[in-house]
Design a protein. Structure first.
Length: 374
């Protein structure tokens, strides 16, 4: 390397105080030993720049990446379905061919046991679609680009597993405000410390940490938020035109696919306070919370979103309301600890008082389109 050019590179890096590395191609030091790359001075800056330049995922067109239960049912032979509920719930009844994994096991499985690219889609299935959304977002950030969450989870697959109908509520519909609350002042980003040297390695380490964090621990009940709104920085994650019709007291509106970009208003979020994100169903919020946690924010979501505390207003405004008659199917379930038995028709679990048939009861409906604001 030209001596003058090398001098100016070292001088520039020293003055800016940004990420520093050993210069490629340099000979070993005078003691005859090859020096290791210098530690990254700002892992967070490296990670944010990497995410921005590699697609700016949380603000990309397809987010939230979800597929409907109907889509999954019609394409079972082409999709890999990963069930992340408890083992016993899986044994009691799962989608034909689905495998059971913990969230923390999925990356290793896709890296060593099978290739995600071997399937049209890798679909994560949970109870309500919220845990699956959290996991899907983290995996997408790590580069698994054909992973999707099954919208509304197993609640939409079979009415025997419907947890959504019990989750909807209008309990706080009369406690909303229409006041426009400003975003916080721009400040610092959260510090990131993984010990890794490269951006991709830092990202992977952060994603693993998110997947190792059980989704129930990143949920906060609407009761707690309404009782103590000042304890949280609350993000209303839907368009401003809907925000002004009523939102949680003190909540600030952030526009999906825009405001939480690194080069937009991301640094208006506090780094010393719990950040609570809510949307209509909790699914888009779960995607967002995973993204924020990868970046180091102490982020949480409200179960079932607005459906869980202002359901009547969600319905009245024609927003994304869960309606069992429209969303819940009667697709068959397989019982046992294997994805599919030798004679799976004998393992089909019948629904309620439905007649004993080997064929599934199919309800044809319009498929959900990914990228909608869930």
């Amino acid at each position: 390397m030209n001596t003058i050019r090398k001098f100016f590179i070292i001088l520039l890096l020293g003055l800016t105080g940004v990420v520093t590395y050993a210069i490629p191609g340099d000979p070993p030091s005078g003691n005859g030993k090859q020096e290791k790359s210098a530690a990254v001075s700002d892992e967070g800056a490296l990670l944010r720049e990497f995410l921005l330049k590699s697609g700016n995922y949380i603000n990309s067109r397809g987010v939230p990446n979800m597929v409907s239960a109907e889509d999954v049912f019609e394409n079972l032979s082409d999709y890999l379905v990963i069930d992340v509920r408890s083992k016993q719930e899986y044994v009691d009844g799962h989608i034909n061919g689905a495998i059971h994994l913990k969230a923390s096991e999925i990356m290793d499985y896709l890296d060593t046991k099978t290739a995600a690219s071997a399937y049209d889609k890798v679909v994560i299935a949970c109870h309500t679609g919220q845990t699956a959304s959290y996991i899907t977002s983290a995996l997408r950030l790590a580069g698994y680009n054909n992973v999707y969450a099954m919208k509304f989870g197993m609640s939409a697959w079979n009415r025997k597993l419907d947890k959504w109908s019990k989750g909807i509520s209008g309990k706080y519909s009369n406690r909303l405000e229409t006041k426009i609350n400003p975003k916080g002042p721009k400040g610092n980003f959260p510090p990131i410390k993984t010990g890794e040297k490269g951006a991709a390695e830092i990202l992977r380490a952060r994603v693993k940490e998110v997947l190792n964090t059980p989704f129930p621990t990143v949920k906060v009940k609407a009761d707690e938020v309404f009782a103590n709104p000042s304890e949280y920085y609350i993000i209303n994650y839907w368009p401003e035109k809907n925000y002004v019709k009523g939102h949680i007291p003190t909540a600030t509106q952030y526009t999906p696919k825009k405001d939480l970009s690194v080069d937009a208003a991301l640094n208006t979020l506090p780094t010393d306070k719990k950040v609570v994100v809510y949307c209509y169903t909790g699914q888009n919020a779960a995607f967002t919370v995973a993204y924020l946690r990868v970046l180091g924010y102490d982020a949480y979501t409200i179960p079932f979103g607005a459906n869980g505390f202002m359901y009547d207003k969600v319905v009245a405004n024609g927003w994304h309301a869960f309606k069992a008659a429209e969303k819940v199917n009667d697709f068959f379930l397989i019982k046992g600890d294997k994805p599919m038995g030798k004679d799976f028709t004998k393992q089909i679990i019948q629904v309620g008082n439905a007649p004993k048939k080997k064929k599934a009861i199919i309800r044809r409906k319009k498929k959900e389109v990914e990228g909608g604001c869930g």
